[in-house]
Design a protein around this ligand. Structure first.
Ligand SMILES: Nc1ncnc2c1ncn2[C@@H]1O[C@H](COP(=O)(O)OP(=O)(O)OP(=O)(O)O)[C@@H](O)[C@H]1O
Length: 609
C-alpha cells in the first residue's frame, strides 16, 4: 500500500478528530439492540417479559416471599402491544425507580458474587429503551415498599444522548398491593410470540417450583401453579476468590482500601486465612504490614502472581449458589410434562476461574413426549430458561457429545425419540456468550460436569428401558397365554364332559400386577395398579396405618386412565410411612397390602386374587 504523504495524514487525523466523541451506552444499544435480545419485534416481547420476570423472581427471593407474578399482554393498536408484569416483591424505593428503569447499566447485582438471574443492570432499562424506540411511549411503573408507605406511579423514558432517566410524570397513588412492583411497557410487535411465550413460562415454572404465574394473553388466561410452598434461600454474596481476579480488579480493590496488606488479603478474599495471606506476602516479597494503597503497580503485579500461585481451597459454594435440587426438578417436570420416567442429578459444586458453579440435569422418557424427532432440550442458567441460540450453547454441544446409543436411545447428533433432557448451570458468574444471555460459553470445567451428569442419568435411563422391555416381553407372553386359555378350557370341558369353568380369575392372576415405586416426591409413594387384561373393575385404597379409623376411607382420587388398548392403570400417591390396603373389585377381585417403601426401586407385586 502506498504511504500517504505527511501533510495528508495530518489532514485526515484532523478530520477524524472533529468526529471523535464519546458514545452514550444508550446510544450504543439503540444501534445494537440484537446484543440485548431485541433483534426482532417477536423476540422483543419474550425478552421484555423475561427481563421483568427475572427481576420479579430475584426480588422475591431477596425478600424471602413466595413469588406471585401476574403477566398480561394485550393488543392496544394494530401493531401495538401492552405488556404488564406485576409482582409481590419488596418494591423499589421511589428515588431509585427512575434509575432502575431509565438508565442502562444500573443495578444492584453486578458487584455481588452470588447466584442471581440478573447480573448486568441492563435488562429492564433495555426494554424501556426498546419501547420508546418502537412506540414512542413511556414505561409506567408502580411500586410500593410496605404497608406504611404510599405507592408511587412513574412515567419514564431514557435520555438516549446521556443515558439518564427522563421522568415525565410522578405521583403518589393508592394501590391495593402492600408491597410489589408493576411495570407496563408498550411497543410494536406481532403476536406470533404466543407459543414461545407459553413455552418460556412453562420452563420458568419448571425451575422455579416455588413460584406461581398467572398469565393473560389477550382474552385467554393461564396459570402455572407452584408445587413447592418453600421459599428458596436467597444466595449469600461471597468475596472474590484469589484465583479468579485480574489485575484491573485488584487495582480497584487496592485503591479503595485503607488496610494493611495482610488484613486486605484475609478480609477481601474468599478462603484466605492469616497463614495463606502470609505465604502470598512472602512470595510477592512484600511485608504484610504495608499499607495496600501505597503498593506500586509492579508490587501489585507481584502480589497478583503470588495470589494465583499459592494454593487456596475452592470458594465456598453452598451459600452463594442456589441449585434447585433433584426432588424439586422432578416435581417441576412432573407438573408440566407427563412422562413414564424422570430422574434428576445435582452434581457436587465445582469452580472455574475462581467462580463457583453447580450443574444439574434431568432426563425424562416416554409418556406424552413426542415419539419422533429430536429430544426436547431444556437449557437453564441460574433458573432462567435459555430460549434462543440452542446450537451455539455449550449445553447442546455436551448433549451431542454423549454417546446416547450406548444408553439404548437412537441418536443423530442429538438423541432422538420421546426424550427430554434438562440441564441447569447455576453460578455466581454464568459465562454467557453475549449480553443477551442466550447461550453458555464452552468452559471445560462446566462441560465436564454436564457430561458426567448426563452419563449418570443415561445409565439410569438404560436400566429403566431394559426393565420396561423385559416386563413388556412378560406381558406379551401372558397375553398370548390368556388368549388361548378359554379355548383350552372349552376343549378340556368337552373332553372330560364337565361344565365349562370360568377362567377369568386365572387370566386375571396372570395379567394383573401391582407396581409400587417409591417416589421421592415429598416422601410420598406412588402406587400404580395396572390391569393389563382390560377387565372392568373398581379400585379403592384405605390407609390402614392411620391412628384414627375414620382416616381409613376409600380414596376417591385414585385416578384411573386407559393406557393403550388393553391396559387400565390406576395411580395414587400415599405417604411413605403408611400402610395401605388396595382392593380391586372386578372380575376375580383381590386385596393387596402395600407399605411405604424405602428403596428407590420399583417393586412389582402380583395381585393375590
Ligand atoms: N421488580 C423489581 N423489584 C425490585 N427490584 C427491582 C425490580 N426490577 C428491577 N429491580 C432492581 O433494579 C435493578 C436493575 O434491573 P435490571 O433488569 O436493569 O438489571 P439486573 O436484573 O440487575 O441485571 P440484567 O441486566 O442482567 O438483567 C436490579 O438489579 C434490582 O435491584
Amino acid at each position: 500500500m502506498p504511504r500517504l504523504p505527511g501533510w495528508l495524514r495530518l489532514v485526515l487525523a484532523d478530520d477524524l478528530a472533529k468526529q471523535q466523541r464519546s458514545i452514550s451506552v444508550a446510544e450504543f444499544f439503540e444501534k445494537n439492540k440484537h446484543l440485548l435480545g431485541f433483534d426482532s419485534p417477536t423476540r422483543g416481547v419474550i425478552t421484555t417479559i423475561k427481563e421483568a420476570v427475572d427481576n420479579s423472581l430475584d426480588a422475591c427471593e431477596e425478600a424471602q416471599v413466595l413469588p406471585d407474578i401476574f403477566i398480561s399482554i394485550k393488543k392496544t393498536g394494530s401493531d401495538l402491544f401492552r405488556i404488564i408484569v406485576e409482582d409481590n416483591g419488596p418494591g423499589i424505593v421511589p428515588k431509585q425507580v427512575p434509575f432502575v428503569f431509565g438508565k442502562l447499566l444500573y443495578g444492584s447485582r453486578f458487584h455481588q458474587i452470588r447466584q442471581t438471574r440478573g447480573q448486568q443492570g441492563i435488562g429492564i432499562s433495555a426494554a424501556v429503551l426498546y419501547a420508546q424506540l418502537t412506540s414512542g411511549l413511556p414505561t409506567i411503573v408502580i411500586s410500593r415498599t410496605g404497608a406504611k408507605e404510599q405507592a408511587h406511579r412513574f412515567e419514564i423514558q431514557i435520555k438516549i444522548e446521556t443515558n439518564e432517566p427522563d421522568v415525565l410524570k410522578e405521583e403518589a397513588i393508592d394501590w391495593d398491593r402492600i408491597h410489589g412492583t408493576r411495570v407496563q411497557i408498550e411497543f410494536k410487535s406481532t403476536m406470533a410470540a404466543k407459543k414461545k411465550l407459553l413455552e418460556y413460562l412453562k420452563y420458568t415454572s419448571v425451575v422455579n417450583p416455588h413460584a406461581r404465574f398467572r398469565v393473560e394473553l389477550d382474552d385467554e388466561a393461564f396459570t402455572f401453579e407452584r408445587v413447592s410452598q418453600e421459599v428458596i434461600q436467597c444466595p449469600v454474596a461471597i468475596q472474590p476468590h484469589p484465583h479468579g481476579i485480574e489485575l484491573g480488579q485488584l487495582k480497584r480493590m487496592v485503591a479503595a482500601s485503607d488496610q494493611k496488606l495482610i488484613d486486605f488479603l484475609v478480609e477481601g478474599f474468599s478462603r484466605v486465612g492469616k497463614k495463606t495471606a502470609q505465604e502470598m506476602c512472602d512470595r510477592a516479597g512484600l511485608k504484610g504490614t504495608l499499607k495496600v494503597q501505597g503498593l506500586s503497580v509492579d508490587q501489585q503485579k507481584a502480589l497478583l502472581a503470588a495470589m494465583q500461585e499459592v494454593s487456596v481451597p475452592a470458594p465456598p459454594t453452598t451459600q452463594c449458589l442456589s441449585p434447585i435440587g433433584e426432588e424439586l426438578i422432578r416435581r417441576g417436570l412432573d407438573k408440566e410434562f407427563q412422562m413414564d420416567f424422570v430422574s434428576a442429578r445435582t452434581r457436587p459444586s465445582s469452580v472455574f476461574s475462581g467462580h463457583p458453579f453447580v450443574v444439574e440435569a434431568a432426563i425424562g422418557y416416554g409418556g406424552k413426549l413426542p415419539a419422533e424427532g429430536n429430544a426436547i432440550i431444556l437449557r437453564f442458567a441460574n433458573r432462567v430458561p435459555l430460549m434462543y441460540q440452542q446450537g451455539a450453547c455449550a449445553i447442546t454441544e455436551c448433549i451431542t457429545n454423549v454417546n446416547w446409543k450406548s444408553y439404548n436411545l437412537s441418536q443423530q447428533g442429538l438423541p432422538m425419540g420421546p426424550v427430554l433432557i434438562l440441564v441447569h448451570v447455576a453460578s455466581t458468574n454464568v459465562p454467557f456468550t453475549s449480553e443477551s444471555k442466550d447461550a453458555i460459553a464452552s468452559i471445560p470445567e462446566i462441560e465436564k460436569e454436564i457430561v458426567l451428569a448426563l452419563q449418570d442419568l443415561g445409565r439410569e435411563l438404560k436400566t429403566f428401558l431394559s426393565r420396561r422391555d423385559r416386563s413388556k416381553l412378560a406381558e406379551d407372553r401372558a397375553r398370548a397365554v390368556c388368549a388361548i386359555i378359554p379355548e383350552i378350557s372349552a376343549k378340556v370341558s368337552e373332553i372330560v364332559e364337565k361344565p365349562l369353568v370360568d377362567t377369568t380369575p386365572i387370566e386375571g392372576k396372570l395379567m394383573r400386577k401391582l407396581i409400587a415405586k417409591k417416589s421421592t416426591r415429598d416422601g410420598k409413594v406412588v402406587i400404580e395398579l395396572a390391569n393389563y387384561s382390560g377387565f372392568e373393575g373398581e379400585i379403592s385404597a384405605y390407609d390402614i396405618s392411620a391412628d384414627d379409623a375414620a382416616d381409613a376411607v376409600p380414596k376417591a382420587d385414585f385416578v384411573s386412565e386407559m393406557d393403550g388398548q388393553f391396559t387400565k392403570v390406576w395411580k395414587m400417591t400415599i405417604p411413605s410411612k403408611s400402610t395401605w390396603q388396595v382392593t380391586y373389585s372386578g372380575k376375580g377381585g383381590g386385596i393387596i397390602e402395600i407399605r411405604g417403601i424405602d428403596d428407590n426401586k420399583k417393586m412389582v407385586v402380583d395381585l393375590d386374587v
